[in-house]
Design a protein around this ligand. Structure first.
Ligand code: BTN
Length: 238
């Protein structure tokens, strides 16, 4: 019997798709994809709120695969690159990548990705990829400027994008070992959102100010700090 890579679940509304895949995971043996028409309690990195409206894309994928901690950066590259390629295919112009996993257009946030993992002995046994894309304009003023696909005249529905993402994840998970991460990191370097400004980066224990060099094939942010080159694996650009 042919089994698709993900078992998909669809909800009219939900509190949170990342939590829902984790709940379903206790009952199911397969990889899981969850889509909701309306997410009520979305969260972003650092426990920030992620606001969705009816019509936005809020979805999560749980993948039961063991990957090494050091490969998490590659998963990040693959998922960001997939979402960028899908947006490009849908005709979205001037896509900007803000490391580690945000997508901006005209310096406004369009999409965010939240990867959550459970770890045992330096191996992730499963991981959750949560993706939010704004499809409809936001009424509430956000702390950072946001933009939606409808403001960019991109008329597509969230469910179609969910299937495109699901298919892309299936493809890259099946060829994880054979992918040329050099090409992907070059693509992301090309569309990096702020190549010439001094960046401030909060990492786990340190804060850095430096100039962008490139994204590495391991998903690190390479910057130049007072003549030294630093590769940052975790953190965020302020
Ligand atoms: C960020 O910008 O910090 C990441 C935002 C991720 C939002 C998506 S929406 C679907 C999934 N469910 C959540 O609560 N968060 C992710």
């Amino acid at each position: 019997m042919f089994l698709s890579f993900f078992e998909h679940y669809f909800y009219k509304s939900l509190d949170n798709t990342n939590d829902e895949v984790k709940k379903l995971n206790m009952l199911k043996k397969r990889n899981i994809g969850v889509f909701t028409g309306f997410q009520r309690k979305g969260r972003g990195r650092k426990q920030r709120e992620w606001e969705s409206s009816i019509g936005d894309l809020a979805c999560s994928f749980l993948i039961k695969d063991s990957i090494n901690v050091n490969d998490l950066g590659k998963i990040n590259l693959l998922i960001v690159n997939s979402v960028i390629n899908i947006l490009d295919y849908l005709g979205v112009k001037n896509i900007q990548y803000k490391w580690p996993n945000d997508i901006f257009i005209q310096n406004k946030k369009l999409a965010g990705i939240l990867i959550e993992t459970t770890i045992s002995k330096k191996i992730f046994n499963e991981f959750v990829i949560g993706i939010g894309i704004n499809f409809v304009p936001k009424k509430i003023k956000n702390s950072i400027p946001v933009i939606s696909l409808s403001e960019l005249n991109c008329k597509v529905n969230a469910l179609k994008v969910f299937f495109l993402i699901s298919f892309n994840i299936h493809l890259f998970m099946n060829s994880f070992k054979y992918i040329d991460y050099g090409i992907i990191s070059k693509n992301l370097t090309k569309v990096f959102f702020s190549k010439s400004k001094l960046l401030t980066i909060n990492s786990i224990h340190n804060s850095y100010k430096g100039n962008f060099i490139r994204i590495t094939p391991f998903g690190e942010l390479l910057i130049e700090v007072n003549g030294d080159i630093k590769a940052i694996s975790y953190g965020e650009i302020l």
